[in-house]
Design a protein around this ligand. Structure first.
Ligand code: GDP
Ligand code: GDP
Length: 450
């Protein structure tokens, strides 16, 4: 995927721009609440082109005295991770020495840079743009992030560079399941990959000078081919910025987007917290299946109830991953590691499953009988018909007279019926509500595709 990073000193408006950009994509109707909104990496879409966007401002330090050094680190990281950089400056303040410092690093990197001059709220300020020419970038875009001025030319220029995504792989029964191993540094990802791969690992891991973000290793187990998307390559880069643990989120995202199933690794001796929530949110947003792997179980003091309590804690934290199985392993002793592929297989089967339209409509009919759809603006919502539009993740389109009238709790009710009756308990699913074509509509279409 094509990545854009927004860099610049604090307060120039990076988060504002980030939010405008991700706010502009069509809403996804998920069956799940609580996907974290607090984040700094997201998949965005503009004019049908998808890209990753990184708000380096989300990584700004709390204490002011460290700002400069950490900002340098952020900028370095953005340079490494992104294909295009938005260097953002404050059009009302003019060029500062910090802007110059960042610009110098960016020029050295040779990466494409768009200079974004923000806070150009009124026409009087047009001349300010000229002041910034001295930073040495040809592509200059005056904008007002807050008032959504000038975003079109900026994004048009940016996405123009994106090649049409090559993927859309042929439906191939034999296609190996792709697994991404994600989690905080030190959760035990490398150890697990080593244990899973055994000796075959040696053949790939020692390729010197690998600069790719992630190494894909194909292996055979349980009579099948699998691909593990290993973030070892990313780890090396991470050492540069070991202090910025938050960047592991970006790394996770790059692996997740190319996977079918994410193994979310949690260090069992520490438990899950904010960082895991963020990564889990990305898995969910990307529409990937997930298996939660609690590692280092050998090192956890436990009685017969520990696992149960542990799982409860995780479920509480990651409510939106109800469907993800939890498994307790030890990457170093190998305990239950072989079970992981078994679980991935089950999850993968549901993730790629399709059910017949007649069966689906049977479920819909029964569901609406058991519990009537809500009333919307004084009228009863009617659900006419459903189809499964796609698999991976299973996505269901439901035709309704008032797509906007299907409020969240009813959506969740329907999702649960489809899960239980259709056998989609271990995979994320998506519901999209649409107005049937040809009917006159006063309502916006609800939902969207990515
Ligand atoms: P960041 O630290 O670079 O992420 O900056 P923020 O996005 O948090 O914005 C810093 C401040 O600038 C906030 O008070 C914003 O409301 C304000 N701001 C952002 N964009 C604009 C703009 O286009 N015009 C004006 N006047 N203010 C803006
Ligand atoms: P990564 O950063 O997520 O790739 O984590 P590593 O695989 O490098 O592991 C981090 C540390 O945790 C290393 O010291 C490992 O030996 C240790 N570790 C990994 N898995 C286990 C485990 O199952 N049990 C115990 N006790 N330690 C583990």
């Amino acid at each position: 995927m094509f990545y854009i990073a927004i860099v610049g000193r604090p307060n120039v408006g990076k988060s504002t721009l980030f939010n405008k950009i991700i706010g502009g994509r069509p809403a996804i109707v998920d069956d799940t609440p609580g996907v974290t909104r607090d984040r700094n990496v997201a998949i965005a879409e503009w004019r049908g082109k998808k890209f990753g966007i990184i708000d380096s401002g989300g990584f700004e330090p709390e204490s002011r005295d460290k700002i400069l050094s950490q900002m340098r680190e952020q900028t370095m990281m953005a340079i490494e991770e992104a294909d295009l950089i938005f260097l953002m400056v404050d059009g009302r303040e003019g060029v500062t020495s910090v802007d110059e410092d960042i610009a110098k690093r960016l020029r050295k990197s040779g990466k494409r840079v768009s200079l974004v001059v923000n806070k150009m709220d009124s026409h009087k300020q047009e001349s300010a743009e000229a002041d910034f020419m001295g930073l040495g970038f040809e592509d200059v875009f005056p904008i007002s992030a807050e008032h959504s001025i000038g975003l079109d030319p900026l994004l048009k220029n940016a996405v123009g560079e994106i090649k049409e995504e090559e993927h859309v792989e042929p439906e191939d029964e034999e296609r190996p399941v792709r697994i991404a191993v994600v989690g905080k540094p030190n959760a035990g990802k490398s150890s697990l990959v080593n244990t899973l791969l055994g000796k075959s690992r040696m053949m790939v891991s020692d390729v010197p000078g690998t600069t790719r973000d992630a190494i894909d290793t194909e292996f055979t187990a349980r009579g099948k081919r699998w691909v593990i998307i290993d973030t070892a390559g990313i780890r090396r880069k991470a050492k540069v910025t070991a202090k910025l643990e938050k960047y592991s989120v970006i790394m996770a995202m790059k692996a997740i987007e190319r996977a079918d199933v994410a193994l979310l690794m949690i260090d069992g001796t520490e438990g899950a917290a904010a960082q895991e929530t963020k990564i889990a949110g990305l898995v969910q947003e990307a529409g990937k299946a997930c298996v939660i792997v609690v590692n280092k179980w050998d090192a956890v003091e436990k009685d017969e109830k520990t696992a149960l309590r542990y799982e409860e804690g995780i479920r509480n934290l990651l409510k939106f991953l109800v469907h993800a199985p939890v498994i307790f392993v030890s990457a170093t002793t190998g305990q239950r590691v072989s079970k992981i592929l078994e679980v991935v297989e089950e999850v993968g089967a549901e993730y790629n499953k399709r059910i017949a339209t007649s069966a689906l409509n049977g479920i819909l009919e029964e569901a609406t009988k058991r519990k009537e759809p809500p009333v919307f603006r004084g009228k009863r919502v009617k659900l006419y018909f459903a189809t499964q539009a796609s698999a991976a993740p299973p996505t269901f389109v439901i035709m309704a007279n008032y797509p906007d009238g299907v409020h969240f709790s009813y959506q969740r009710y329907l999702a649960n019926r489809i899960r239980e009756q259709g056998g989609f308990n271990k995979t994320p699913i998506r519901l999209l509500f649409r107005k049937p074509a040809g009917r006159r509509t006063g309502e916006r279409e609800r939902g969207g595709k990515r």
